[in-house]
Design a protein around this ligand. Structure first.
Ligand code: DAH
Length: 341
């Protein structure tokens, strides 16, 4: 067979295979088989050296024509297949504009977050700075520097999760008090919100993990009157201007004197209802004057400075404010519940 016939045959074979190709992959196989580096046509052009010099230009043109012809066929088939694919896709993706639209769900702030932002707004308004401390804490900051020595019974009341003997999950944001006093010089005026942990069983009012907001003020001439005024203002802003407060003597190891603060029930205004269990008062926080021993242990000169501190349970505020009767609802993250606030 001469070269001309050979090329003619290659061309017909290739065209036939192109016509029989089913899909772009097969088409590509044909391209490789004929036009590729190791393809049939390339093999033929390599035999150029065996052709008589005077016949080479004719032979070269023939090879080129064959290549162009196959390429043209390939290109045409490719376009045809791509068009068909596109049409099929368009058909499949038909949009029924009469169907109801899919609603975009917008997120919602958690009641804890709403309550925290409210508390922060109030204290920032009084010139406080918001600071944070670690949740994994040294026993020293959580207990010792707060006047709760090793083997003190107060440690039993706040049993927690220990990482080592010295490192634990903090039981109270009061730990941040010690850190701030060590790091800064008075005047100090901070609140420290954050997560705390206790090895408590879950029920309607307990959870092994919840949140507190700590407050600490240290300066010259800070008195119990400052503490009272500050917390009365806080209660009024949080629960309404008619809210009254009551300071009940209490004991905390790191404050002296210490108190618990009750607010007049904002549902019944103090006459007694189911909400305040008939007493007219609702307990909201613990507080006191920072114990001089604590000041000294944290590097503050107790002869020069005094301070007050308080600790609020964030969930407690959220439950009260939004009249939620079971703390567990706050942790289930059921959007139907969360959306209500
Ligand atoms: N840390 C205390 C608790 O978890 C709450 C508390 C009481 C914080 C009195 C204070 C405070 O700063 O002065 O029960």
């Amino acid at each position: 067979m001469n070269m001309k016939e050979k090329l003619q045959e290659l061309r017909e074979e290739a065209v036939k295979r192109i016509q029989n190709s089913d899909g772009l992959d097969q088409l590509n196989e044909v391209r490789v088989a004929y036009l590729g580096k190791k393809g049939h046509l390339t093999a033929v052009s390599k035999s150029m050296k065996d052709v008589a010099p005077e016949d080479r230009p004719v032979f070269g043109r023939l090879v080129n024509d064959t290549r162009a012809h196959i390429e043209e066929f390939l290109e045409e088939a490719k376009e045809r297949m791509e068009r068909a694919l596109r049409e099929k896709q368009l058909e499949e993706e038909v949009i029924d504009v009469t169907l109801p639209a899919q609603k975009l769900e917008t997120g919602h702030r958690h009641p804890n977050t709403i309550a925290l932002e409210e508390v922060q707004r109030i204290f920032i308004g009084m010139g406080y700075e918001v600071v944070e401390g670690p949740e994994v804490e040294y026993d020293a900051y959580n207990f010792t520097k707060l006047n709760i020595p090793e083997d003190h019974p107060a440690k039993d009341e706040q049993d927690t999760f220990y990482i080592t003997k010295e490192i634990l999950l903090r039981t109270q944001t009061s730990s941040v008090q010690a850190r701030v006093m060590e790091q800064r010089k008075p005047p100090i005026r901070v609140i420290a919100p954050g997560r705390v942990f206790r090895s408590d069983e879950v029920d309607a009012t307990h959870s092994p993990s919840f949140h507190q907001i700590e407050g600490l003020v240290v300066d010259k001439n800070i008195t119990f009157a400052d503490l009272k005024g500050t917390l009365e203002e806080f209660a009024k802003q949080l629960f309404g201007p008619e809210t009254r407060t009551k300071f009940r003597p209490h004991h905390f190891p790191f404050t002296e004197p210490s108190a618990e603060v009750d607010v007049s029930c904002f549902k019944c205004k103090g006459s007694g209802c189911r909400f305040c269990k008939g007493s007219g008062w609702i307990e909201i926080l613990g507080c006191g004057m920072v114990h001089p021993h604590v000041l000294e242990m944290c590097g503050v000169d107790a002869k020069k400075y005094s301070g007050f501190a308080f600790g609020v349970g964030l969930e407690r505020i959220a439950l009260l404010k939004y009249e939620i009767d079971d703390m567990r609802l706050l942790y289930e993250n059921d959007v139907r519940f969360l959306k209500q606030f």
